[in-house]
Design a protein around this ligand. Structure first.
Ligand SMILES: [Zn+2]
Ligand SMILES: [Zn+2]
Length: 319
């Protein structure tokens, strides 16, 4: 059975959120508490302790905005170009320089800053041997990216980035094939619209549904989403808000972990990744939202096998 790998390069919403000193201290304290019962008396022992430490234990979430890499065997897709795409670009350099990679495929959910602001810092875009295919349901992606890199805002114009750029206009709900992936899209409720993508290969599937609000949670109103997310192996879900904020911020275009849970259970999703974390929330507070969601799941769906976790920068999920 072929494995699909999903790597999170950016998981925050709205604006890049560098680690604050107080967040750093809080994570450090958690790590020291674990270290207190371990033998870390030599450099080697400390190194192996650090290498074995899981992301969850550190409480770190990551501050880059949305960018996700999905790959299997020898093909790869990129979703969104938030600040996380900068590091992704560096990770591709070796393959590009060795001529093992010369074509990239980037899908855009929409063009709000947090989903495109990393592109001017994406090193492969400056390489004349690289072709970048852009896919977007929103029209005029080329002119939107040109405007974003107008001289008043950035010193390098889009047209002066040496890579070859091809723009593919997607039609709502259409199914396309890229290498061995099948990709379809669905409109989401968000200011200016956002589009979810369902990515399938073999018998595996991932749905990225970010920047989405569900105004009415009656089954009738959400049934088209349930169909699109149905039985996916991994649903990456906009959980920017707490439940209270979700109720108050009508038409702000985001959702919460609890809505994500209800939708995932009804759509028979296997894994739910809470994504697009609020920049104003500390890493500890984001972990608290997960705890609340897990309590909600235990009391409302005690028999459910749904796996719920926080999307964390640099995490790789294999399905
Ligand atoms: Zn966003
Ligand atoms: Zn947005």
């Amino acid at each position: 059975m072929k494995i699909m790998k999903v790597k999170f390069w950016g998981v925050r919403g709205s604006i890049p959120t560098p680690l604050t000193f107080s967040n750093y201290k809080s994570s450090l304290l958690k790590i020291l508490e674990i270290a207190a019962s371990k033998d870390i008396t030599s450099h080697e022992k400390r190194l192996s302790f650090i290498n074995e430490l899981s992301l969850e234990k550190t409480n770190l979430i990551g501050g880059n905005t949305t960018c996700i890499q999905i790959e299997n065997e020898n093909s790869m897709l990129i979703f969104d170009m938030g600040s996380g795409i900068r590091e992704l670009g560096y990770s591709l350099e070796k393959k590009i320089n060795n001529k093992e990679l010369n074509e990239l495929h980037i899908f855009l959910t929409h063009t709000h800053y947090d989903h495109i602001s990393g592109f001017p810092f994406f090193l492969p875009a400056y390489n004349k041997d690289v072709t970048i295919n852009f896919y977007s349901v929103h029209k005029n992606l080329l002119s939107s990216l040109e405007a974003h890199q107008d001289f008043r805002f950035f010193p390098v114009l889009l047209g002066n980035m040496a890579s070859n750029k091809i723009f593919h206009q997607l039609i709502p709900d259409e199914i396309i094939e890229v290498n061995n992936f099948q990709i379809t899209n669905k409109e989401l409720h968000h200011p200016g619209k956002s589009f979810a993508y369902r990515i399938e290969a073999g018998n595996k599937s991932v749905v990225l549904a970010t920047d989405a609000e569900y105004i009415n949670m009656s089954i009738e109103q959400i049934k088209s989403y349930l169909k699109f997310y149905n039985q996916t192996d991994l649903l990456i879900f906009d959980a920017q808000y707490s439940f209270d904020e979700e109720i108050q911020k009508i038409d702000w275009g985001h959702s919460s972990a609890l809505y994500g849970l209800d939708i995932s259970i009804n759509a028979e999703v296997k894994k739910l990744a809470l994504f697009h974390h609020a920049p104003d929330r500390s890493d500890d507070q984001i972990c608290e939202l997960l705890n609340t969601a897990l309590i909600y799941k235990k009391s409302n769906y005690p028999d459910s096998t749904l796996e719920v976790f926080l999307a964390r920068e640099s995490a790789i999920i294999e399905i």
